[in-house]
Design a binder for this molecule. Structure first.
Ligand code: DGY
Length: 329
């Protein structure tokens, strides 16, 4: 199941928790002795702990919980680096890594466009009722074209609110403003001064963005500060026909409150690519009306997933060459 290729002895070893695109695995194999999870099944904490302890590095991904137990096992064995395949690191106990002297890297930048494209996919699917339409057609229930059938809403002139104006937030804003004629308002902890290609207004608080947005898209990293940043109180401030889009992390939305707001028609709809506790989806969310739910596909293009793997390789190469990490966390 797990294969260790010992043919390139002398190179650092790396334990890879899930399969990567072929080109990225090939690149990794040039510089490291990799152990691949050939079955591509989720590994247990005990398997990852044993893997990290017996390799110089571990390359986990966003669905692996890398807790203190795994980090300690690694540090007590051979492990020196956690080279994460993904930009989000909320699944890694960074405090435990720092305490154990284990370095951590991630893969920022290369998944910006893919994730922004997926946020726009969700916005369009909701506003044009594409999910509903496809379900109706496949169920054999389409009764033909008629002027009032499945009318959605135009994006032109509507206001997109963004929470978290980092790389992905900006890429979404650019697409929405320049591609679809939307107005942009956003909240970001620090002042953003480098947007000039399209009009965008930074507001002072999350509440102001919630109140004004026809569509609210979350792009903040998951942290203690952003846990349930979209909560019942803020949902209640939104327009009754507004959409909520989440391609960031499930933790940033109170899903129970979101499902309740949808059911009570206090909100127009939600497009979600990430979930608290994924891959298990809260049944209240599954039952909520007017949702488009995707299985964490934000970065899922062959180009992006390959680039993410190559970023892991670059970081691990730098680390084992004694150079600073390119993307330290
Ligand atoms: C990440 O890298 O954090 C993304 O969520 C994966 O798509």
């Amino acid at each position: 199941m797990i294969n260790t290729d010992q043919s390139s002895a002398g190179k650092p070893s790396i334990f890879v928790t899930r399969r990567w695109p072929a080109d990225a695995e090939a690149e990794l194999s040039q510089y490291f002795i990799p152990t691949f999870n050939l079955d591509d099944r989720p590994l247990s904490a005990a398997e990852m702990a044993a893997g990290f302890a017996s390799h110089d590095a571990i390359a986990p991904t966003v669905s692996d919980k890398i807790g203190a137990d795994i980090i300690t096992a690694g540090a007590n064995g051979k492990g020196r680096l956690i080279a994460n395949f993904g930009v989000g690191v909320n699944h890694i106990d960074l405090g435990a890594a720092a305490a154990a002297g284990i370095a951590v890297s991630n893969t920022p930048g290369v998944l910006t466009d893919a994730t922004a494209d997926l946020a726009l996919t969700l916005i369009l699917m909701l506003s044009r009722r594409a999910g509903e339409g496809e379900r109706e057609l496949r169920a054999g229930e389409w009764q033909g074209w008629r002027p009032t059938h499945l009318m959605g809403r135009a994006l032109q002139g509507k206001t997109l609110g963004i929470i978290g104006m980092g790389r992905i937030g900006k890429a979404v804003a650019q697409r929405a403003a320049l591609g679809f004629g939307m107005k942009i308002v956003f909240y970001n902890r620090s002042r953003i001064d480098d947007i000039s290609a399209y009009p965008a207004r930074q507001l002072d608080d999350v509440e102001s963005v919630c109140q004004i947005a026809d569509c609210l898209s979350l792009h903040c990293a998951a942290s203690a500060d952003t846990f349930h940043i979209l909560n019942a109180e803020r949902l209640a401030m939104m327009k009754p026909d507004a959409y909520v889009i989440n391609t960031a992390r499930g933790d940033v939305i109170d899903e129970t409150a979101l499902a309740a707001a949808l059911s009570a028609k206090q909100l127009g709809g939600a497009g979600l690519d990430v979930f608290q506790g994924e891959p298990v989806i809260d049944p209240v969310l599954l039952a909520a009306p007017n949702t488009v739910l995707l299985p964490h596909l934000g970065s899922a293009t062959i180009e992006t997933r390959t680039a993410m793997g190559l970023k892991v390789v670059e970081n691990a190469c730098a680390f084992f060459a004694g150079q600073p990490l390119i993307d330290p966390v």
